[in-house]
Design a protein around this ligand. Structure first.
Ligand SMILES: Cc1ncc(COP(=O)(O)O)c(C=O)c1O
Length: 386
């Protein structure tokens, strides 16, 4: 049987990983500033993480949500503390799209309404409602098209206000990334998030903070939306939550009431997933990784700003983007194959950095040297053509 060919891949086979580094089958070492798409939060194969999952696997790996699972309660308790939302309620699932799907559905159950506001350049996942609120018609199948989604320009408070004024009583929810990831590292302004919060309260709509990529400490605060000093009604999370183990969840404000059967999943919140998620939170706390993300991120951003030719260096913590000129369009590929550094991209010309939250200053320095070398190589090549 062949694989269903949907991913354009790099011809590299990773066989080993540790901290912010991975190795291929020839023993070649790579610096990982991509984290497998923002997933590696505490670092590859962290010893505490490996130990906790291994020990759990030797006890019980899985049972369904039909029995008591103290590990889920332990996770909810810890997540409440670390996220600063101890009075919220946790529902566990398996992926970012599923988290958003559940959030949008729960909002609609809550207020009985159908319309959702989403924003230009958003990405919320590939399942039915999640892809319907994603601003990319190319990945929406005909069956995903719906009249229930209103797309507004990102960071446009006037358009948001006008929309609520016109159809506020029909709006079920507003879904927004604190920092757009796939869209190219675009920060929601504090006033924009505050306006969403205020209008949702005023009109009885649900404020959904998609924190799948920008959450879990990546921005230097637990949720990037926290920079605006707002409380969303639902936060969705996935990627960094399990450091690679598939686990996701939504946390839900106290005024949203559960009902049996309202949401559900077979795999969500199983023993192994909880062990992975708990290990991640324990390491985040023990190693003070939010502080590290904020400090190493600021340092890296300052160093990037010194490099001439890189434009619009932006982001928060260890979620960083910058634009590159068209003539450097091979930069990401060259970083990978000439310098052995993984980075991310966003079309058409953005490089995205999404490393482990435990990235050290020396790893950041190594990246800056590699980047400068590749940029010099472009200049040398341009001169030799002349
Ligand atoms: C902001 C955001 N939301 C949702 C998703 C979907 O997550 P998953 O791929 O786990 O379904 C992603 C994935 O990149 C994302 O960046």
């Amino acid at each position: 049987m062949k694989l269903f060919d949907v991913y354009p891949i790099n011809d590299i086979t990773i066989v080993k990983a540790k901290g912010s580094y991975v190795w291929d089958q020839e023993g070649q070492q790579y610096l990982d500033l991509y984290g497998g798409h923002a997933v590696i939060s505490i670092g590859h194969t962290h010893p505490h993480y490996v130990k906790r999952i291994t020990e759990q696997l030797n006890k019980v790996g899985f049972y369904s949500n039909s029995v008591r699972m103290p590990l889920q309660e332990e996770l909810a308790d810890k997540l409440g503390k670390v996220s600063g939302r101890p009075d919220y309620q946790l529902f566990l699932c398996n992926s970012g799209a599923e988290a958003n799907e559940n959030a949008l559905k729960l909002a609609s159950f809550h207020n009985g309404r159908k319309k959702i506001i989403a924003f230009s350049k958003s990405f919320h996942g590939r399942t039915s409602l999640a892809v319907a609120v994603t601003d990319n018609p190319a990945i929406q199948a005909p069956v995903n098209k719906t009249d229930n989604v209103i797309f507004l320009p990102f960071n446009d408070e006037t358009a948001l206000e006008a929309c609520f004024k016109a159809q506020g009583k029909d709006i079920s929810s507003v879904i927004v990334e604190g920092i757009q990831g796939v869209g190219g590292i675009n920060e929601a302004s504090a006033t924009f998030l505050q306006k969403i919060s205020q209008l949702c309260k005023e009109y009885g709509a649900v404020f959904i903070a998609d924190s799948v990529q920008c959450g879990y400490g990546r921005s230097g605060k637990f949720f990037s939306h926290d920079y605006a000093g707002v409380d969303a009604d639902i936060y969705t999370m996935a990627k960094g939550m399990g450091n690679g183990f598939p686990v996701a969840g939504i946390i839900i404000a106290p005024h949203l009431q559960p009902k049996y059967g309202m949401l559900g999943t077979t795999f969500g919140g199983n023993h192994l997933a909880c062990a992975a998620a708990l290990a991640v939170l324990e390491v985040i706390e023990q190693e003070n990784l939010l502080k590290n993300a904020a400090e190493t991120g600021s340092y890296l951003m300052e160093e990037l700003k010194k490099i001439s030719g890189l434009q619009n260096v932006r982001g928060k913590g260890l979620m960083i983007g910058f634009d590159i000129p068209e003539k450097w369009k091979d930069l990401r590929k060259n970083l990978l194959f000439q310098q052995q550094v993984f980075t991310g991209e966003a079309k058409p010309n953005v490089i995205r950095l999404l490393p482990s939250l435990a990235l050290r200053k020396k790893d950041a320095d190594e990246f800056i040297i590699a980047l400068e070398e590749e940029i010099h190589a472009f200049s040398r090549a341009a001169k030799s053509v002349k």
